[in-house]
Design a protein around this ligand. Sequence first.
Ligand SMILES: [Zn+2]
Ligand SMILES: [Zn+2]
Length: 366
Amino acid sequence: MKMRAAVLDGVGSKFQVRELDLDKPKSKELLVKVAASGLCASDLNAIDGKRKLVPFPAVIGHEAAGVIVELGADTPGFAVGDHVIMSIVPHCDTCDYCKSERPNYCSTAGDAMSVGGLFDGTSRLTHNGEKVNHFLTVASFAEYVVVPASGAVVISKEMPLDRAALISCAVLTGYGAVMNTAKVRPGSRVGVFGCGGVGLNIIQGARLAGATTIIAIDLTEEKLAIARKLGATHTINATSCAPEVEVGKICGGLDYAFEALGRESTIQSAWASVDVDGGLILVGLMKNGATLTLDAGPFVNEQWIKGCYFGSANLKRDVEKLVKSYLDGSLFLDELISERIDLESLDLAFDRLRAGQGARNVLVFD
Ligand SMILES: [Zn+2]
Ligand SMILES: [Zn+2]
Protein backbone atom coordinates (compact mmCIF):
# COMPACT_ATOMS: atom_id res chain seq x y z
CA MET A 1 0.00 0.00 0.00
CA LYS A 2 1.00 3.65 -0.43
CA MET A 3 1.25 5.88 2.63
CA ARG A 4 2.91 9.07 3.80
CA ALA A 5 5.82 9.00 6.20
CA ALA A 6 8.57 11.33 7.45
CA VAL A 7 11.88 9.93 6.22
CA LEU A 8 15.25 10.81 7.73
CA ASP A 9 18.09 10.44 5.20
CA GLY A 10 20.98 10.68 7.67
CA VAL A 11 22.27 12.12 10.95
CA GLY A 12 21.45 15.81 11.20
CA SER A 13 19.23 15.92 8.12
CA LYS A 14 15.72 17.37 8.01
CA PHE A 15 12.64 15.17 7.76
CA GLN A 16 11.30 14.60 4.24
CA VAL A 17 7.62 13.71 4.01
CA ARG A 18 7.41 11.11 1.21
CA GLU A 19 4.94 8.63 -0.14
CA LEU A 20 6.33 5.18 0.65
CA ASP A 21 5.30 1.65 -0.25
CA LEU A 22 4.46 -0.50 2.76
CA ASP A 23 4.35 -4.29 2.22
CA LYS A 24 1.71 -6.50 3.76
CA PRO A 25 2.36 -7.94 7.22
CA LYS A 26 4.15 -11.30 7.25
CA SER A 27 3.68 -14.06 9.81
CA LYS A 28 3.46 -12.75 13.42
CA GLU A 29 3.16 -9.13 12.19
CA LEU A 30 0.38 -6.54 12.29
CA LEU A 31 -0.54 -3.70 9.96
CA VAL A 32 -1.58 -0.77 12.14
CA LYS A 33 -3.00 2.66 11.24
CA VAL A 34 -1.03 5.03 13.45
CA ALA A 35 -3.15 7.40 15.55
CA ALA A 36 -0.38 9.06 17.55
CA SER A 37 3.38 8.94 18.04
CA GLY A 38 5.17 10.80 20.82
CA LEU A 39 8.50 12.53 20.18
CA CYS A 40 11.06 10.90 22.47
CA ALA A 41 14.70 11.59 23.34
CA SER A 42 15.65 8.31 21.64
CA ASP A 43 14.33 9.70 18.35
CA LEU A 44 16.43 12.81 18.96
CA ASN A 45 19.50 10.66 19.73
CA ALA A 46 19.11 9.02 16.31
CA ILE A 47 18.58 12.38 14.52
CA ASP A 48 21.58 13.99 16.21
CA GLY A 49 23.78 10.89 16.05
CA LYS A 50 24.24 10.78 19.84
CA ARG A 51 23.53 7.05 19.60
CA LYS A 52 23.80 4.84 16.53
CA LEU A 53 20.37 3.22 16.47
CA VAL A 54 19.38 2.66 12.84
CA PRO A 55 20.88 2.69 9.33
CA PHE A 56 19.56 5.44 7.03
CA PRO A 57 17.34 6.29 5.22
CA ALA A 58 14.86 5.43 7.94
CA VAL A 59 11.41 6.16 9.25
CA ILE A 60 11.90 6.88 12.94
CA GLY A 61 9.35 7.32 15.77
CA HIS A 62 8.63 4.56 18.28
CA GLU A 63 6.25 5.81 21.03
CA ALA A 64 3.06 4.89 19.24
CA ALA A 65 -0.55 3.80 19.40
CA GLY A 66 -3.06 2.98 16.68
CA VAL A 67 -5.71 0.68 15.28
CA ILE A 68 -5.09 -2.74 13.67
CA VAL A 69 -6.21 -2.85 10.03
CA GLU A 70 -4.77 -6.19 8.91
CA LEU A 71 -3.39 -9.30 10.59
CA GLY A 72 -0.43 -11.36 9.37
CA ALA A 73 -0.63 -15.15 9.80
CA ASP A 74 -0.23 -16.59 13.30
CA THR A 75 -1.31 -13.55 15.33
CA PRO A 76 -3.59 -15.04 18.00
CA GLY A 77 -5.03 -12.56 20.51
CA PHE A 78 -5.34 -9.75 17.95
CA ALA A 79 -8.30 -8.70 15.77
CA VAL A 80 -8.85 -6.07 13.09
CA GLY A 81 -10.16 -2.94 14.83
CA ASP A 82 -8.26 -3.57 18.08
CA HIS A 83 -6.56 -0.55 19.59
CA VAL A 84 -2.90 -1.23 20.37
CA ILE A 85 0.18 0.44 21.72
CA MET A 86 3.39 -0.48 19.92
CA SER A 87 6.70 -0.80 21.72
CA ILE A 88 10.44 -1.15 21.14
CA VAL A 89 10.54 -4.42 23.09
CA PRO A 90 9.11 -7.13 20.82
CA HIS A 91 10.38 -10.61 21.67
CA CYS A 92 11.03 -13.82 19.73
CA ASP A 93 10.46 -16.38 22.53
CA THR A 94 13.35 -18.52 21.23
CA CYS A 95 16.64 -16.68 21.95
CA ASP A 96 18.58 -17.19 25.21
CA TYR A 97 17.33 -13.91 26.68
CA CYS A 98 13.69 -14.70 25.91
CA LYS A 99 14.08 -18.22 27.30
CA SER A 100 15.60 -16.84 30.51
CA GLU A 101 12.63 -14.46 30.96
CA ARG A 102 14.47 -11.31 29.91
CA PRO A 103 12.48 -10.54 26.74
CA ASN A 104 13.41 -6.82 26.85
CA TYR A 105 16.92 -7.97 25.83
CA CYS A 106 15.69 -10.23 23.00
CA SER A 107 18.72 -10.68 20.73
CA THR A 108 16.59 -11.39 17.65
CA ALA A 109 14.94 -8.00 18.13
CA GLY A 110 18.34 -6.37 18.72
CA ASP A 111 19.73 -7.88 15.50
CA ALA A 112 16.65 -6.77 13.54
CA MET A 113 16.92 -3.20 14.89
CA SER A 114 20.61 -2.92 14.01
CA VAL A 115 19.84 -3.60 10.32
CA GLY A 116 16.65 -1.50 10.31
CA GLY A 117 14.40 -4.49 9.70
CA LEU A 118 11.69 -6.54 11.35
CA PHE A 119 12.35 -9.99 12.88
CA ASP A 120 13.44 -11.65 9.60
CA GLY A 121 15.90 -8.79 9.08
CA THR A 122 14.03 -7.40 6.07
CA SER A 123 12.15 -4.12 5.69
CA ARG A 124 8.52 -3.67 4.66
CA LEU A 125 9.26 -0.08 3.56
CA THR A 126 10.48 1.11 0.16
CA HIS A 127 10.64 4.42 -1.72
CA ASN A 128 10.73 4.11 -5.54
CA GLY A 129 11.95 0.53 -5.05
CA GLU A 130 14.80 1.48 -2.66
CA LYS A 131 14.82 0.06 0.86
CA VAL A 132 13.84 2.35 3.73
CA ASN A 133 14.64 1.18 7.29
CA HIS A 134 12.38 0.67 10.29
CA PHE A 135 13.44 2.40 13.54
CA LEU A 136 13.48 -0.01 16.52
CA THR A 137 10.88 -2.20 14.71
CA VAL A 138 8.22 0.54 15.09
CA ALA A 139 8.89 3.42 12.59
CA SER A 140 5.79 5.34 13.56
CA PHE A 141 6.29 8.81 12.03
CA ALA A 142 4.07 7.36 9.32
CA GLU A 143 0.39 6.91 8.55
CA TYR A 144 0.71 3.12 8.75
CA VAL A 145 3.22 0.66 10.23
CA VAL A 146 3.91 -3.05 10.04
CA VAL A 147 5.17 -4.20 13.45
CA PRO A 148 5.98 -7.49 15.22
CA ALA A 149 2.84 -8.62 17.05
CA SER A 150 4.90 -9.42 20.17
CA GLY A 151 5.72 -5.72 20.60
CA ALA A 152 2.05 -4.68 20.52
CA VAL A 153 -0.45 -4.72 23.39
CA VAL A 154 -4.22 -4.48 22.94
CA ILE A 155 -5.73 -1.73 25.09
CA SER A 156 -9.22 -0.62 26.07
CA LYS A 157 -11.07 1.42 23.43
CA GLU A 158 -11.93 3.88 26.23
CA MET A 159 -8.28 4.91 26.33
CA PRO A 160 -7.55 8.00 24.17
CA LEU A 161 -4.90 6.97 21.62
CA ASP A 162 -2.71 10.09 21.89
CA ARG A 163 -2.27 9.51 25.61
CA ALA A 164 -1.91 5.75 25.06
CA ALA A 165 1.09 6.47 22.81
CA LEU A 166 2.92 8.05 25.75
CA ILE A 167 2.46 4.90 27.78
CA SER A 168 4.39 2.86 25.21
CA CYS A 169 7.73 4.53 25.99
CA ALA A 170 8.00 7.54 28.34
CA VAL A 171 5.48 6.30 30.91
CA LEU A 172 6.60 2.66 30.88
CA THR A 173 10.22 3.79 31.25
CA GLY A 174 9.66 6.33 34.03
CA TYR A 175 7.04 4.43 36.00
CA GLY A 176 8.97 1.17 35.47
CA ALA A 177 12.23 2.73 36.68
CA VAL A 178 10.48 3.43 40.00
CA MET A 179 8.37 0.28 40.36
CA ASN A 180 10.51 -2.39 38.67
CA THR A 181 14.12 -1.21 38.52
CA ALA A 182 14.44 0.58 41.87
CA LYS A 183 11.37 -0.88 43.66
CA VAL A 184 10.89 2.39 45.58
CA ARG A 185 9.48 1.81 49.07
CA PRO A 186 6.63 3.88 50.58
CA GLY A 187 7.88 6.79 52.69
CA SER A 188 11.08 7.19 50.64
CA ARG A 189 12.92 10.35 49.64
CA VAL A 190 13.21 10.50 45.84
CA GLY A 191 15.04 12.99 43.61
CA VAL A 192 14.55 13.23 39.85
CA PHE A 193 17.29 14.95 37.84
CA GLY A 194 15.83 16.06 34.50
CA CYS A 195 12.08 16.51 34.02
CA GLY A 196 11.52 15.62 30.37
CA GLY A 197 9.01 12.99 29.26
CA VAL A 198 10.69 10.19 31.21
CA GLY A 199 11.66 12.27 34.27
CA LEU A 200 8.08 13.51 34.73
CA ASN A 201 6.89 9.91 34.71
CA ILE A 202 9.50 8.97 37.31
CA ILE A 203 7.93 11.70 39.45
CA GLN A 204 4.45 10.29 39.04
CA GLY A 205 5.76 6.76 39.55
CA ALA A 206 7.28 7.93 42.84
CA ARG A 207 3.92 9.43 43.86
CA LEU A 208 2.13 6.17 43.03
CA ALA A 209 4.81 4.21 44.95
CA GLY A 210 4.07 6.28 48.08
CA ALA A 211 7.31 8.26 48.25
CA THR A 212 6.78 11.13 50.70
CA THR A 213 9.54 13.48 49.54
CA ILE A 214 9.74 13.88 45.76
CA ILE A 215 12.19 16.50 44.54
CA ALA A 216 12.12 17.55 40.89
CA ILE A 217 15.30 19.11 39.50
CA ASP A 218 15.38 20.87 36.12
CA LEU A 219 16.51 24.07 34.42
CA THR A 220 13.07 25.34 33.34
CA GLU A 221 10.25 26.65 35.51
CA GLU A 222 7.75 25.36 32.93
CA LYS A 223 8.74 21.75 33.52
CA LEU A 224 9.03 22.20 37.28
CA ALA A 225 5.43 23.46 37.27
CA ILE A 226 4.28 20.28 35.47
CA ALA A 227 6.39 18.24 37.92
CA ARG A 228 4.41 19.74 40.82
CA LYS A 229 1.14 18.72 39.15
CA LEU A 230 2.39 15.15 38.74
CA GLY A 231 3.47 14.75 42.36
CA ALA A 232 6.70 16.62 43.13
CA THR A 233 6.66 17.88 46.72
CA HIS A 234 9.69 20.14 46.15
CA THR A 235 11.37 21.63 43.07
CA ILE A 236 14.89 22.87 42.45
CA ASN A 237 15.79 25.09 39.52
CA ALA A 238 19.40 24.06 38.95
CA THR A 239 20.23 27.08 36.75
CA SER A 240 22.10 28.86 39.52
CA CYS A 241 22.66 26.38 42.36
CA ALA A 242 24.24 23.04 43.17
CA PRO A 243 21.21 20.70 43.43
CA GLU A 244 22.96 18.36 45.88
CA VAL A 245 23.28 21.26 48.37
CA GLU A 246 19.58 22.14 48.00
CA VAL A 247 18.57 18.47 48.37
CA GLY A 248 20.61 18.36 51.60
CA LYS A 249 18.68 21.36 52.95
CA ILE A 250 15.30 19.83 52.05
CA CYS A 251 15.69 16.27 53.36
CA GLY A 252 19.30 15.48 54.27
CA GLY A 253 19.80 13.13 51.32
CA LEU A 254 17.98 10.81 48.93
CA ASP A 255 17.04 7.16 49.20
CA TYR A 256 16.71 7.08 45.40
CA ALA A 257 18.25 9.53 42.92
CA PHE A 258 17.05 9.07 39.34
CA GLU A 259 19.06 10.63 36.51
CA ALA A 260 17.00 11.04 33.34
CA LEU A 261 19.29 13.08 31.09
CA GLY A 262 22.34 10.90 30.44
CA ARG A 263 24.84 13.69 31.27
CA GLU A 264 27.96 13.15 33.36
CA SER A 265 27.68 16.39 35.35
CA THR A 266 24.05 15.65 36.30
CA ILE A 267 24.93 12.07 37.22
CA GLN A 268 27.70 13.39 39.51
CA SER A 269 25.25 15.78 41.13
CA ALA A 270 22.66 13.01 41.58
CA TRP A 271 25.29 10.70 43.10
CA ALA A 272 26.32 13.46 45.53
CA SER A 273 22.67 13.75 46.65
CA VAL A 274 22.32 10.12 47.76
CA ASP A 275 22.18 9.33 51.49
CA VAL A 276 23.75 6.28 53.16
CA ASP A 277 22.30 3.00 51.85
CA GLY A 278 20.57 4.90 49.03
CA GLY A 279 21.03 4.45 45.31
CA LEU A 280 21.45 6.15 41.97
CA ILE A 281 19.42 4.83 39.04
CA LEU A 282 20.74 5.79 35.60
CA VAL A 283 17.71 6.13 33.34
CA GLY A 284 18.99 8.68 30.80
CA LEU A 285 20.99 7.17 27.95
CA MET A 286 24.56 8.38 27.51
CA LYS A 287 26.33 8.91 24.20
CA ASN A 288 27.89 5.77 22.67
CA GLY A 289 31.34 5.25 24.26
CA ALA A 290 30.77 7.75 27.11
CA THR A 291 32.62 7.24 30.41
CA LEU A 292 31.85 8.42 33.95
CA THR A 293 34.01 9.68 36.81
CA LEU A 294 32.37 9.38 40.23
CA ASP A 295 33.45 9.84 43.85
CA ALA A 296 34.07 6.31 45.15
CA GLY A 297 33.77 7.32 48.81
CA PRO A 298 30.01 6.62 49.19
CA PHE A 299 30.42 2.91 48.39
CA VAL A 300 31.64 2.40 51.98
CA ASN A 301 28.12 3.49 53.03
CA GLU A 302 26.58 0.79 50.86
CA GLN A 303 25.39 3.32 48.31
CA TRP A 304 24.68 1.70 44.96
CA ILE A 305 24.28 2.45 41.28
CA LYS A 306 21.93 0.65 38.91
CA GLY A 307 21.33 0.88 35.17
CA CYS A 308 17.86 0.88 33.67
CA TYR A 309 16.52 -0.11 30.28
CA PHE A 310 12.89 0.53 29.34
CA GLY A 311 11.93 0.69 33.03
CA SER A 312 12.64 -3.06 33.42
CA ALA A 313 9.06 -3.24 32.14
CA ASN A 314 6.92 -6.31 31.80
CA LEU A 315 5.20 -5.00 28.67
CA LYS A 316 1.78 -6.58 28.85
CA ARG A 317 1.36 -6.45 32.63
CA ASP A 318 2.56 -2.85 32.99
CA VAL A 319 0.61 -1.48 29.99
CA GLU A 320 -2.62 -3.00 31.31
CA LYS A 321 -1.97 -1.56 34.77
CA LEU A 322 -1.12 1.91 33.40
CA VAL A 323 -4.18 2.10 31.14
CA LYS A 324 -6.36 1.12 34.10
CA SER A 325 -4.65 3.76 36.26
CA TYR A 326 -5.30 6.46 33.64
CA LEU A 327 -8.94 5.49 33.33
CA ASP A 328 -9.44 5.48 37.13
CA GLY A 329 -7.79 8.91 37.39
CA SER A 330 -4.63 7.98 39.29
CA LEU A 331 -2.19 8.24 36.35
CA PHE A 332 -1.92 11.76 34.88
CA LEU A 333 -1.26 11.91 31.13
CA ASP A 334 -3.25 14.93 29.90
CA GLU A 335 -0.74 17.23 31.64
CA LEU A 336 2.16 15.66 29.72
CA ILE A 337 1.15 16.66 26.19
CA SER A 338 2.41 20.15 25.41
CA GLU A 339 1.77 20.14 21.62
CA ARG A 340 -0.07 18.01 19.05
CA ILE A 341 1.66 18.25 15.66
CA ASP A 342 1.48 16.91 12.09
CA LEU A 343 4.13 15.17 9.91
CA GLU A 344 5.30 18.48 8.43
CA SER A 345 6.08 19.95 11.87
CA LEU A 346 8.53 17.31 13.14
CA ASP A 347 11.69 19.40 12.63
CA LEU A 348 10.30 22.32 14.65
CA ALA A 349 9.01 20.04 17.37
CA PHE A 350 12.41 18.34 17.70
CA ASP A 351 14.00 21.80 17.98
CA ARG A 352 11.74 22.36 21.01
CA LEU A 353 12.76 18.98 22.49
CA ARG A 354 16.45 19.76 21.88
CA ALA A 355 16.00 23.09 23.69
CA GLY A 356 14.26 21.38 26.61
CA GLN A 357 10.98 23.26 26.03
CA GLY A 358 7.61 21.83 27.01
CA ALA A 359 6.74 18.27 28.02
CA ARG A 360 5.70 15.87 25.25
CA ASN A 361 5.07 16.78 21.62
CA VAL A 362 2.84 14.19 19.98
CA LEU A 363 2.42 13.56 16.25
CA VAL A 364 -1.26 12.86 15.61
CA PHE A 365 -3.21 11.73 12.56
CA ASP A 366 -6.95 12.26 11.98
ZN1 LIG B 1 11.29 6.44 23.63
ZN1 LIG C 1 14.25 -13.34 21.84
